[in-house]
Design a protein around this ligand. Structure first.
Ligand code: 5AD
Ligand code: SF4
Length: 335
């Protein structure tokens, strides 16, 4: 039923046929999205997290970072700036920081939706389904909740005892609430291999997602995985290219993990099936502290440079930065 057989996916994963794979992915991308690359601005409004994921620098036990929480006014100012620079979507992202009440996040969503003609994406982690239901009523359009790995045993180990089934259940509930739903994985996590990567690809495809985000693992020095080697950029590119062929309508970002490892690799991803870019619009005084992995946010740039840089990267490829809200075309509501 899929446009690629398992055997072909495995062959592509080995890198035996990159030219053909990337060519097919790029052709599918152009067919579905033309020349447009959607700009989504991420506002990382809190780096406080109560979880202990072994791969992430924001994990609660990491005492080596300065924690911050932005207030609603600061977040709204960052959103206005992002919109004035051409972002069609505002992504509100934080660690699993439950100190923001359901109501206060709801007010934030309503304010953004009233002030601007944009889509709002929530990337807030494992908040309750009832809270997500309320935020949907407040006007939020999409949610991003990554599975990180689709192997339940690996999930439990790397997310420090959490259950894969609850995460999956949450992803499915979000869809039932009427959100566009995004998920994804990290490639080259410890104990992954080509077969587990194939399984990730098939699992994500079976979920029929609106958005799929994939990026390579990057070791963070203050985590239990500090000594693990960084993931392969090529493998991450292959995985997104295969996912593009299997999921023609999904929005697939060229993730910032790529650019943290090698800036050029994020640009290249836009010619290998990725059609979205998500620059950080987190204000200067906090952006360097959002250290999920080293190199996540350059601290020495003015935040308006962040979108300007993304736009020039897109134009350098002969592609066009798009301020559209960028819903998945299968919804028939592209605007
Ligand atoms: N390397 C790569 N990606 C990571 N993420 C978290 N830690 C790492 C890491 N060390 C990703 C996860 C998370 C997103 C915000 O960043 O997929 O969902
Ligand atoms: Fe927290 Fe998310 Fe990092 Fe896990 S990956 S520690 S939930 S910010």
């Amino acid at each position: 039923m899929y446009t690629l057989k398992e055997h072909d996916i495995l062959t592509y994963l080995t890198g035996a046929n990159d030219k053909e794979l990337f060519g097919r992915a790029n052709a599918t991308q152009s067919q579905e999205f033309g020349n447009g690359i959607y700009l989504r601005a991420i506002i990382e409004f809190s780096n406080v997290c109560n979880k202990k994921c072994h791969y992430c620098g924001l994990r609660a036990p990491n005492k080596g970072i300065t924690r911050y929480r932005m207030g609603n006014e600061t977040i709204l100012n960052a959103a206005s700036l992002a919109v004035s620079q051409g972002a069609g979507t505002i992504v509100l992202q934080s660690g699993d920081d439950f100190s923001y009440s359901t109501q206060s996040i709801g007010t934030l969503i309503k304010e953004i939706k009233t002030q601007h003609d944009v889509a709002v994406t929530l990337s807030l982690g494992d908040r309750g389904v009832d809270e997500y239901a309320f935020w949907r009523e407040c006007g939020a359009d999409r949610c991003l909740l990554k599975l990180e790995t689709t192997n339940p045993r690996l999930y439990k180990r790397l997310r420090d005892g959490e259950e894969f089934s609850s995460r999956l259940h949450r992803v499915e509930s979000l869809r039932h609430l009427g959100y566009e739903v995004g998920s994804g994985v990290i490639t080259d996590l410890p104990d992954s291999n080509l077969i587990s990567t194939l399984q990730d690809i098939l699992f994500l495809t079976a979920l029929d997602l609106d958005m799929i985000a994939v990026g390579p693992f990057i070791p963070h020095p203050q985590t239990p995985l500090a000594q693990v080697a960084p993931g392969s950029i090529e493998l991450s590119h292959r995985v997104t290219a295969i996912l593009r062929i299997l999921n023609p309508h999904a929005n697939i970002p060229a993730t910032s993990a790529l650019s943290a490892l090698e800036p050029e690799s994020q640009r290249l991803a836009l010619t290998r099936g990725c059609n979205v870019i998500m620059p950080s619009m987190t204000p200067e005084d906090h952006r360097a502290d959002y250290t999920i992995y080293p190199g996540k946010n350059a601290s020495n740039i003015d935040i308006t440079d962040s979108l300007t840089h993304a736009k020039s990267m897109i134009r350098s490829l002969g592609l066009v930065p798009s301020s559209s809200k960028g819903f998945s075309p299968r919804r028939n509501n592209v605007q």
